[in-house]
Design a binder for this molecule. Sequence first.
Ligand SMILES: Nc1ncnc2c1ncn2[C@@H]1O[C@H](COP(=O)(O)OP(=O)(O)O)[C@@H](O)[C@H]1O
Ligand SMILES: [Mg+2]
Length: 313
Amino acid sequence: MSCIETKSLSKSYGVINAVDDIDLSVNNGKIFGFLGPNGAGKTTTIKLLTTLIPPTAGTMKILGIDAIRSPLEVRKKIGVVLQQPSYEPTLSVEKSLEKYGMMWNVERKLRQDRVEELLLSFDLAELRNIKNDELSIGQRRRVQVAREFMHDMNLLFLDEPTVGLDPSARRGLLDFIKDKAKDGLTVFFTTHLLNEAEYICNEVAIINKGKIIAVDSPEELKNKFGREKTIKIHLDTIRKDLSDLLIGIKDYELDFNSGTNITIRSNDSEEVLLKILQILTANNIVIEDLSAIPTSLEEIFLSVVNKSNASSN
Ligand SMILES: Nc1ncnc2c1ncn2[C@@H]1O[C@H](COP(=O)(O)OP(=O)(O)O)[C@@H](O)[C@H]1O
Ligand SMILES: [Mg+2]
């Protein structure tokens, strides 16, 4: 079943189309990554989907409910962690979780169990009696995310939840989210970090200037946009005559930093490599080192965003 379904969803602020004609379809039990640079429209999309702001145009169904007609019904069934910090300064970590559970009417025993479980999962046990005010930004963020798991929900929205976390807390949170998704929770997760999306998302939408410019699994995005590969060949001698020998071959660059380096960057990198190897062999030129550099989602993302910027200018 589809968990999030939007048609032509849009939100404008004056002349700015913060969210511009978005069609989304997110299935149950998936981690859906919403990836884009700053100002792309990620937060605005989350605010729309969680009924915090009304759209300028379009329709949306959340968990099968018409979210424009019945926002309150939607809000009862979802969780949301917004981007801006939210905490009560004088409340301790433990009490923050406890209070959140009370707000959601979680019964006492279950509430206590969950507090203990979350204190452990989010590495907050030692901070349980510390007031929010006295926590670091990263610790506060962990409390803000942890407390959302005090209540049952079918769908969780997380707006850049890992910002401000150190690498181990970041990894811990991503693994925690992965586990919850295994148990059936659907997660809508925004980030501007590719490696995060690659690590936990089943599907990724790339958004730029309010528009979705690609949707696919991280693997497929790589297949579609990542055909270009980089191959580096290093010769320990300087061969200034190489450019003459390689005449007629495209998609390569030479530099002479400590020896001779040939860099092939091409959609047909294997073929270019073969031709270059033939020429090197025919001329008895010895290769000292050869390496292929796989295209990361990071590079794909940047190239897709740059192309979309170029075509809209
Ligand atoms: N309340 C608002 N009033 C005016 N412009 C806004 C408002 N909220 C967001 N915007 C604009 O909409 C665009 C998208 O913002 P946002 O959704 O916060 O992007 P992201 O979360 O991807 O960084 C930006 O150009 C931002 O300045
Ligand atoms: Mg944002």
